[in-house]
Each structure stands twice: as C-alpha cells, then as structure tokens.
Design a protein around this ligand. Structure first.
Ligand SMILES: [Zn+2]
Ligand SMILES: [Zn+2]
Ligand SMILES: [Zn+2]
Length: 304
C-alpha cells in the first residue's frame, strides 16, 4: 500500500506513486471551490478595496490552495481590473504588465521554494472556473515531474556534450519550417514532438534559467507580450472562436535549465478538441493527429 510521505493535514497530503516515482497531491477541500458562479470574487476584491487602487495587476492568495506551507503556496495572478476582458482583447501594454507580474511573483516565491509554477488554464472546456482575466502561480517545495525530467535530460546532455539541450534545439529549429515567431529575444516554434496540433514552445534566445533577468517593461518583455497576443489571436482565428489552452512558464533557479514557455492549445479545428484520452492519460503516449510543419504554416498565416 502506498504510504503518505507527507501527511500534513486532512486537506493536503503528498502521496508517492511507487510505480512511477511520481508525487500526487491529495487536496479534498478543493472539491467545493466556486465554479462558474456569477459573483466574481476578484471584482468583489475591487469593491471591498482589497485590490490596491493604484494597481492594474495584482497577486492574490488562492482561496482554495492545493498546496500550503511548507509544501507550497498558491496565488491567483490578476491580469486586469476589467472583468470582461479575454486575453486576446488585451492591449500590448496590458500584456506587458502581465509578463512583469510573472517576474514579480517569481522573484518572491523563488526565494522560498524549489520551483515556481506559473500557468494559465484558459477556457471552460479545460476547467477554467473564474472568468476574470487571470493566471496562477504555485511556489512548490519539490520539482513537478515534467520539470524534473527536463532537468535530468538537460543535465545528461550537458554532461555528455558540454552544451545546453535547449540552446542546441533553438539553433536547430531557427529558420526551420516549424518556426512560428522569431524575434531578437525569443523563438517560438511547434516542436517536432508537439502533443497538440497547434502547440507552441517559446524559448528565450539567451541562455537564461528563469524570468528574473527580464527588465520590467523592457524589450524582451514587450516582445514576449506581443508574441503571446499574436499566437492567441491566430489560434482564435483557426478555431473560429476562443481557443482553450494551457500556458506554462518552465523556469528554474538552476543554471543548467533554460527558460521557455509551453503553450498547449486544446482545440484542433472549429468546434473540435484534442483530448488527452486513453493513450495519453492512461499510457502517457501522445498521439498528434497533425504534422507540425503544416500546422506551423497554418498558424503563421492566421496570426495578425
Ligand atoms: Zn471579475
Ligand atoms: Zn540554453
Ligand atoms: Zn518544458
């Protein structure tokens, strides 16, 4: 029988899957979190004066945190004061402020935790429960399995070749058929190993491990904001609506690691979703029904 390796409380238990060597967080209190309610808790924060009036963006504690100290801390990253503002409708300056917010929360949580998970779940099809524009961040005391596996492969590549696997991939993908966006600070491409048809990974061109060195409002932050807007607007054109997507910042305070964003759009055509079904969920084997080169061309053509 698997043992609880960190039975902190009835609301939060870290359990190890002994067959995969992977942790699972049990957090039964989250079953009762607000979903699809008409009263927005973040607009209520504005009304109550809790959201500082001089701030357009704001980091707020998560009312239903899946992780609590010492395992972690969870926050909601509020992107704008306006409630009805889809990401694709935000201005460039507003998205630049979001990138700055990602950095602000990283600088804080990376002091106390091994990893900072900054992400966004966008779209009701994939479980978004609040509609005020926002993302989330967890400071977490251990490495999530995918970051751990990436670090292991990067370390192995560094040991055998002396080079960064991300930097090598960046050099190989640049100017190739899978490139979607190409700017002085970033390269965005649909990787050969894409899981979703329109998946885009955005690599920092410089070998930086995390977002901490991105100057607030500087050129790299502005470029990233513009790239994100163009990609999301392009996706929306392709699915003739709002593309549901996961967005994740992969970063780590470890010089071997390389900052990148993974953008995982769940739509594959108007009205059609790519499900993580049995092959993916029960076997971990991803099936991509598309060729990355073809989808990259479609996305480039659809982007404003
Ligand atoms: Zn709201
Ligand atoms: Zn690198
Ligand atoms: Zn990654």
């Amino acid at each position: 029988m698997p043992e609880d390796i960190h039975p902190q409380s009835t609301n939060q238990q870290l359990v190890e899957n002994p067959f995969l060597g992977e942790p699972v967080v049990r957090t039964p209190s989250r079953m009762n979190r607000r979903e699809g309610v008409t009263d927005c808790p973040f607009c209520a924060d504005i009304a109550a004066g809790a959201w500082p009036s001089d701030r357009e963006t704001w980091v707020r504690p998560n009312d239903f945190p899946p992780l609590q100290p010492p395992l972690g801390e969870c926050f909601v990253l509020l992107y704008a004061r306006a409630h009805n503002l889809p990401f694709a409708a935000m201005s460039l300056d507003q998205v630049v402020a979001v990138v700055d917010l990602w950095r602000e929360v990283y600088l804080d949580l990376s002091q106390r935790y091994a990893c900072v998970m900054t992400f966004e779940n966008s779209g009701t099809a994939i479980g978004q429960t609040q509609y005020h524009p926002h993302g989330q961040t967890y400071g977490i005391a251990f490495l999530p399995p995918i970051i751990e596996r990436e670090l292991a492969h990067v370390t192995q590549h560094l040991t055998t070749t002396g080079a960064c696997l991300f930097c090598r991939t960046l050099a190989e993908e640049a100017a190739g058929a899978r490139v979607v966006v190409d700017t002085p600070h970033w390269l965005g491409f649909i990787p050969a190993w894409a899981r979703y048809p329109y998946e885009v990974q955005i690599y920092a061109r410089q070998h930086i491990s995390d977002i901490s060195t991105l100057e607030p409002g500087g050129a790299a932050a502005r470029e990233l904001a513009e790239i994100l807007l163009r990609i999301v607007r392009g996706w929306n054109t392709l699915v003739e609506g709002a593309m549901p997507y996961f967005l994740a910042l992969h970063q780590l305070a470890d010089p071997r690691y390389h900052l990148h964003l993974e953008l995982l759009p769940v739509g594959r055509a108007p009205g059609k979703l790519k499900y993580a079904a049995s092959a993916e969920t029960a076997f971990g084997l991803w099936l991509n029904d598309a060729l990355p080169e073809v989808k990259a061309q479609e996305l480039r053509d659809a982007m404003p």
